[in-house]
Design a binder for this molecule. Structure first.
Ligand SMILES: [Zn+2]
Length: 128
């Protein structure tokens, strides 16, 4: 079962009103999909493209980035959980919490025994 997860969103182009179908990645496993990690780094992961006008900006969607360490004691260290949550823009703090919880629940299910409860002991690290 892949760890990364995408959802199909439909919305109208803000410029011409054409229906846009977008595949929005909501969970990215950096080890599994380095191509998606690259898009995250470039800020292009949630870019929307209208069939008429081309790129029309960013979708307002949350992202859970999972960055498994190569081995114990390496990489992030310090007991930091191996993920980052980036909330959607126009959402309340409660909605962000809900998004984070839903995405974490999904990630936990796909990781199985690799999941560690202690990852959440210090709360969820969020990017503004
Ligand atoms: Zn358009």
């Amino acid at each position: 079962m892949p760890h990364s997860f995408q959802e199909t969103a439909e919305l109208d182009c803000p410029r011409c009103g054409t229906r846009i179908r977008a595949e929005l990645w909501l969970i990215v496993d950096a080890a599994e999909r380095p191509d998606l990690l690259e898009q995250v780094r470039q800020g292009r992961l949630h870019e929307l493209t209208c069939p008429n006008c081309g790129p029309v900006g960013q979708a307002d969607a949350p992202l859970l980035l999972y960055t498994p360490s190569p081995s114990k004691g390496e990489g992030r260290g310090g007991g930091l959980p191996p993920f980052l949550f980036s909330p959607a823009q126009s959402t309340t703090a409660e909605q962000d919490q809900e998004h984070a919880r839903a995405l974490l629940t999904r990630l936990r299910a796909s990781l199985g025994p690799a999941w560690q409860d202690e990852w959440l002991a210090q709360g969820l690290p969020a990017l503004p």
